[in-house]
Design a protein around this ligand. Sequence first.
Ligand code: GAL
Length: 795
Amino acid sequence: MNKIIPINFGWKFKADFCDDYLYEENFKDFQNIDIPHTVKILPINYINISDFQKVSTYCYKLDKIALSSNEIALLRFEGVANYCEIYCNAHLAGSHKGAYTSFEIDISPYLNNDCNFITIKVDSTERKDIPPFGGVIDYLVYGGIYREVSLIIASKSRIKNYFITSDIDTNKFHFEIELTEIIPNGIIDITVSDSYNIFKSCEKADKIIIEAEILINDYIIWNIDNPFLYDVSIIYKAENILDTKTCKTGFRKINFTSDGFYLNGIKLKLLGLNRHQSYAYIGYAATKRLQESDAVFLKNFLGVNCVRTSHYPQSIHFLNKCDEIGLLVLEEIPGWQHIGDDSWQELSIKNVQDMIERDYNHPSIIMWGIRINESIDNDVFYTKTNNLAHSLDSSRPTFGVRYLAKSNPIEDVYTYNDFIHRGNNEALNNPDNITSNTIPYMITEHNGHMYPTKSFDAASKCLEHSLRHTRVIDKMMSSNRIGGCIGWCMSDYNTHYDFGSGDGVCYHGISDIFRRPKLAAYVYASQYNKNIILEVSTDMNTGDYDAGEIGNIYAFTNCDFVRLYKNNEFVRDFYPISSPFKSMPHPPIVIDDLIGTLIEKNEQFSVRDAKIVKNILLSIIRKGWKLTVFEKLKMFFVMKKYKMSMQKATELYGKYIGNWGKENIEYKFQGFINDKCVAEKITNKIYKPTFKVEFDSKSLIEKDTYDMTGIYVTALDEYGNKLHYANNIVTLSVDDSLEILCDSSMAMRGGVAGFYVKTTGKGDQTKISLTVQNIGSFSDIIEINNSNSQRTKSN
Ligand code: GAL
């Protein structure tokens, strides 16, 4: 019977390599580590690239493996960056080029009768012979065995691949199962089940490729609101052989035409974000939980319906979660602008194959990206990648991401990175200027480097960042031609010094590196989110704005309207209908009147004159003191009529706009749905800073490997608003059931500190404590379930 044994605990590591490390006696000064592993824990910025771009050694001692004559032993790696050689008992068993695709190495010929020493030489340098390398790239490919490893004991004749395709027109799942070799009298049992029904098929395994179909009566469709998954099991049986594969898949149909994207025949505007799989400190070495958290963040908080795995195939845990929660995925091969020589291109073509073979059965994946991101045309190369993708998968369209207009349209969907928007011009190019109007078209990147914005930038910059994303989304939504847009990008990320803000970080995210939202995140969150969202673009701190002029305020919300109070006096209601953005599901609501009827109520003016005074004051908020001649005349008229001195006029400004030196001004923004107040934001002076602590989870489970969670600390005022400029030092302490994967103290950046901790297998409960300098302290319990842990070796 085929067995898959996770081997993630009990590895040894050293950040260099020499041939002596092929032998056990030389493992002495190695470090004990678990997989996923990163070559070096890094600082949050100003990273020294040579700290992790090196050749290192991983060693593992395998117990005796008893194989029968028809069995082999394979080591399966989900991801090793960037090149590796696998030695078994000092014999080279195989090698692999490329950080993002999984691979299996047969170690059977080199096994001893006793235990076996596996040494893996891992080269984490940017080797020019491997995609995406060869030029400079705008991201870091962190080194190490950063995804899980398993030992597979398998029959020589076994299932190599299986591809499941749903056909909603015939109610059938179609199966194509590929065996490694045929032996007599083999059969394949296929079962598809949901909680109520079981559908079966049994086929003779007398060919290398076996095809089957199963009719699913009353099938339930997979879509983004109800991502219904069927359980599939494929069992290959023959004499002494039992090979079982299981997966989940869904029934759905995708179609991309020149007027947009259709899911199950229904048009859906794709709204998404690009995701890099990197994290602060740990690079790529994030376990299942963090991968899943990103998918949940995208779908359940940001409310987007799609993600692009820029610029490489990502973790299966991420993709599984996308299937489960209904987040559509555009997956693509590794690459960034550079196309290498013939052998480099061969590897890239192999990447297409490996990506599709690994990920074919994910219903969330809607298209395959088969062009090196933003590379120039190379028709010979891209005809090969495109043809290969189509030959492996006729059910999905291909796409190729460009920054070039009118490039040769080889793929099914012309996907364009549209960076035309600069704040005061058109939001997107006219698609007719980019490609022929018969070709399906969408935007795969926008904004990003055009307006890098840090979570600790001034409020006016954060607002403009949000409005730039808004303008693009609104434009896309208004177009019958553009199938969707995917913003650059989900979170800030570490990069090469050629890019980023000089500290090796691209602050292009609509969230920070810890996935804590910036203001622009709420542009997305307010569109398709099922939760109530109300975020206002200002905390009303005039001193944060040039000349103290706050300008228009925006509420990013899915509420019906927003009601404003000043010091508990009703000011006005504001509605989306007045928003300049007409095409979004929930246009940002413009709050352009902080006075409402207050002057009418509180001052001695007639109603008409109160309006004149109010409009002049509002004009000052919007444009500063640059009044038009007409406005000046009106002001003169009112001042004369009421015998107002200049000082009195200035006092009105101070009272209704400036608020300098006044008693506390409390602004209350309330969001209403169906005339019920459902959300509230209050701004006032800050007397008592506080903070909140968030976790990916407080219940960790060790199983195939360790578990981990982020611990995210955000400074807040007493009304729950983030303190964007807080930089207090946060210190975390845990006991020995957890290990902190970074320094235990860090200064907040943009009011946020983040830590990652991993389980150590010691203890089932841990108290974590942290202090936030000058604010306070916090403690909590993290439960750890080790009962199914595969941690058998002490490390
Ligand atoms: C694009 C590129 C991305 C990122 C982005 C920044 O050109 O594809 O990887 O660098 O620019 O805006």
